[in-house]
Ligand binder design. Sequence first.
Ligand code: DGY
Length: 326
Amino acid sequence: MPKPRVYCSHELFEEARKILDATCDVEYWTPAERPPREEVVRRVKDKEGLVCLLTEKVDERLLRAAPKLRIAANVAVGFDNIDVAACTKRGVVATNTPGVLDETTADFAWTLLMAVARRLGEGEQLARSGNWKGWNLDQLCGADIWGKTLGIVGFGRIGRAVARRALGFNMKVIYTDAVRAPEDAEKPVGATFQDMNTLLAEADFISLHVPLLAETRGLFDAPKFFRMKPTTFLINTSRGPVVDEAALVAALESKKIAGAALDVYENEPFIHPGLKRPNVVLAPHLASASLETRTKMAVMAANNVVSLFQGQMPPNMVNPSVLKKR
Ligand code: DGY
């Protein structure tokens, strides 16, 4: 039996490669930069499997070009780069990598929160610049974190992991979500469900943890910033388009909010020039980027592919209804 042919738009890590190579005939994209779109479309033409990153659009056009494709395995938990409905229509299984990156992403949301509150970016620049003249009473005074109110938008696995860390800072945790979480999720972290407007008015730090959906695109717009306190910081490790960047820039310019710490952007890798200001901490989409976690994500994607070709149900399907089409 010939091995199923798979295109992998990244080299992955050795652990994941071993899993894929054992049962599949895999073609890897090896250059350091991301493959051009046309290259991916060309490479998938004769493939039954695709392992891709969130930088690859799996849309109608790509699917049309790949009539043999049976699975698109994303190495990410977010799958807004995949047109799931189009995959389902064409009988293509789509998978993601949930769970393994929650704690690492929560760590990074806190990294950003602390960096923007305590002006670490500005301090680091000063320390490296050679212009630091020594300790001074009013130098780069930031905002306290402990005892403040943390507002979490999206109380799923990652939002809850962010909330757990707030316990150590003696913070009040409030959250909002489409539906209220069960008591056993709220109680251990002392989180209280609030409507969005109350959260906007009360939180000192607002951390976003919603997936990018039609309902969450542009969720943080001008009216939302208007409701926030001028001392509040926005932290976004979810998806860039959840925030209306032009509205955020306007809110920062008019001092409607105190600052922002961002890992994700509306049109990555483009960063709105208005965000490049001292009270904004900018990271290049790093939230899940620990070696341990990224390795687990790659292994998970590889296992999803292999299990499908071994006749099993891939463990992390985002469109299980596709199986009815087979
Ligand atoms: C994801 O998994 O969706 C992240 O954004 C990449 O870490």
